[in-house]
Design a protein around this ligand. Sequence first.
Ligand SMILES: [Zn+2]
Length: 276
Amino acid sequence: MMRGTMARLVLRRMTSRNEDHFILMYHHVGPMDRLGSLSPYVVTPAAFAAQLAVIEARRLEVVTLGELVAATSGERALEPRVVITFDDCPRELLDAAVPELERRNWRATFFAVSGKVGGHNDWDVKRGSPRVPLMDWSDLRELAARGHQIGAHGSSHTSLRRCTHSEARAELTGARETIEQKMGTAVRSLAWPFGDIPDGYAGLCEDAGYDAACAIFSMSRKVLSDPFAIRRILVSERDVGLRMRVKLSRSYLRARPLIVDRRALKSTGAIPGRTT
Ligand SMILES: [Zn+2]
């Protein structure tokens, strides 16, 4: 094989693995008057629909996180894709968000707290936020049957940075095993509770059987460079129109590790993240 051809193939392979992708992070879609104190993790149904319209206008392909991870392990160069993720799995999403996605034939990735399924967001309530019912196992099974991905968000929504190594391992393994047992499908994706990434996180994920973990901030150069600290874009109520178009730009992705993530890291002295 010609040397130049080989170099191009290697370059193409590297490019496909490190392509820019937009991993969006949502929590609640519902009315501000009831959920407002959970802001900025709440978007109204109107803002959510407007945000999806921007994705649609950009003609970006929407895939689940599992589909993206599988696609980037191949050699084919990928155009930028959008992954829509929801942490915590509040029940209101079934009426306020899922129909908007499915109307466009899009599928999302939902991160469930295995020990709180069918319960409520007690970790928010402890901080004075409103009580929000969470999806039960039948809701999650229904979503999975319609093509959505169900990932794990820990067993008890505890910050794993405040746990011992063995406690963190039990949280991650327990979440995967419980969801797999209740759903009857494999669970390979995780979202760190509160976005907090513990020491030794890559080994923890591998030992617990995950192949991808979503963070919020990451010091990796590109979105998927570190599969266990995948950088996500927080989408809030204000991100409509131009703001949403900016967040769905390559310039924004390239600026994130240099500006937003670095600033966040500096402010806490560690890879941070405070979210519900
Ligand atoms: Zn959460």
